[in-house]
Ligand binder design. Structure first.
Ligand SMILES: [Zn+2]
Length: 436
């Protein structure tokens, strides 16, 4: 465990060798990311100011398909979006859009392309407002397990940066019991770092990456601001501890005592982590230098942005944004950056970091058993097939491997031989984009 109480990845550990009746125990290493990737990113976009359902859909199609869109051919990544409910009429939200807009939301939640609750909206001020939203989600059997605080929404959970009271029992908008009972597991409470590559030690280079030769004054100021946050965090200031630890996830507790996984987002932009966070500017954030840095660090990035904040509803992403997203797609194509939705990436990380596994050799074949997942927030549970997508193990060369869960269910896998080493990878199954 580190200072924040986050479990260290077992992927860096070698399991000890010993003999047993079921075969000779062999060393296997769980790699950080699905093979062959070196780093991972989820674009974690808040839907603020998305003008309407049409723009919301067009952005989703561009990001998740290779269809022709108003911005050209889509980049065919795996990118989610968020949803909220009670908002001003001029923005896309669940209760402000029409029936067709709601049906689109249903389809995208079911497919996994809406995976984040972005509070219940600016106008959700009472527990009954929240009940109505959760009843609606349950009525349509819609599941979302990630929460992201929004602006100054009363239902927010963050006590300091996001000034919410959704987890204060005495508050009129208290809903943390209902929302966690509904299924929320991961919570963002306002923390966004400028460091690219979480789950990696902070080095001098983590900060100098923010320097921009064309903008020395502003980028130097940004770098020093980040350095101050990290220093305060190291001194134990609760607001900045996550910045100093640089862990993407930490076990935490809401003010009503309920345990959650809290996550850290990142916006490594030279103007500062609160700038460049729009659909108009995302191309400047997704620079080749930033993507190279992420890949080089081998870290994780949950990118803080608002892709629906755009100047031209007819063509949501400008040329620079399209170019940035194409750069990201090409980094995925080349095996440098693994891209998936926020919910899927958070699940992958908690499984990877908590999985117990065992590899045994019997003659020419190896049997790899994936056992339980230790989860310091929600308790231990046996791994199921859906948990194991993307997990990749490396071990001494073997031609014949059986991968199974503890209950005996056999898992499909791919083998990659490299000299005297073999990697066995459980295939990642892409989300299927719905017809919207
Ligand atoms: Zn927001």
């Amino acid at each position: 465990m580190n200072g924040a109480g986050v479990m260290e990845p077992v992927s860096t550990q070698q399991n000890p060798a010993h003999d047993a009746q079921a075969g000779k125990h062999v060393s296997a290493k769980l790699l950080e990311y699905p093979y062959p990737f070196k780093s991972a990113m989820a674009i974690c976009s808040d839907l603020d100011e998305t003008p309407d359902a049409k723009v919301y859909a067009e952005i989703a199609r561009f990001l998740n398909t290779s269809e022709t869109t108003s911005m050209g051919r889509g980049v065919d990544l795996e990118v989610g979006n968020s949803i909220y409910f009670l908002m001003p009429d001029d923005q896309y939200a669940y209760w402000t859009t029409d029936d067709a807009g709601r049906e689109m939301a249903h389809a995208l939640i079911r497919s996994g392309h809406i995976d984040v609750l972005h509070s219940y909206g600016d106008f959700a001020t009472k527990r009954d407002d929240v009940k109505r939203c959760i009843d609606e989600l349950n009525k349509h059997d819609l599941r979302i397990n990630v929460w992201v605080d929004h602006s100054k929404a009363p239902s927010n959970f963050g006590p300091d940066i996001m000034v919410g009271s959704g987890d204060v029992r005495e508050s009129e908008v208290y809903h943390a019991d209902l929302t966690l009972d509904y299924g929320v597991r991961y919570v963002w409470r306002g923390r966004t770092t400028g460091v690219v590559g979480q789950n990696m030690p902070i080095t001098r280079r983590s900060l100098t990456n923010l320097l921009n030769a064309a903008h020395p004054v502003i980028s130097t100021r940004t770098m020093f601001k980040e350095a101050v946050k990290i220093r305060l965090g190291r001194k134990g200031h609760p607001r900045w501890e996550m910045y100093a630890d640089n862990r993407v996830l930490r076990p935490s507790t809401l003010r009503d005592g309920q345990p959650i996984w809290e996550f850290l987002r990142s916006n490594p932009y030279w103007k500062g982590s609160g700038k460049g966070d729009t659909g108009d500017e995302v191309g400047h954030v997704l620079s080749q230098r930033m993507l190279n840095n992420l890949s080089r660090t081998g870290g994780v990035c949950l990118l803080y942005t608002h892709l629906g904040k755009v100047s031209d509803a007819g063509c949501p992403f400008n040329d620079a944004s399209v170019a940035g997203l194409r750069r990201l797609a090409s980094m995925q194509e080349s095996g440098c950056v693994f891209v998936t939705t926020t919910s899927r990436l958070l699940r992958y990380l908690t499984v990877r970091d908590g999985l117990q596994f065992d590899a045994r050799r019997n003659g020419e074949s190896v049997s790899l058993t994936l056992g339980s997942i230790s989860d310091p927030v929600h308790g231990d549970r046996p791994a199921c097939e859906a948990d194991c997508m993307g997990l990749t193990f490396e071990l001494d060369r073997c031609e014949n491997i059986r991968v199974a869960l503890a209950n005996g269910s056999v898992l499909d896998h791919n083998l990659y031989h490299d000299g005297n080493r073999t990697r066995v990878s459980i295939p990642w199954r892409r989300l299927s984009f719905p017809d919207i």
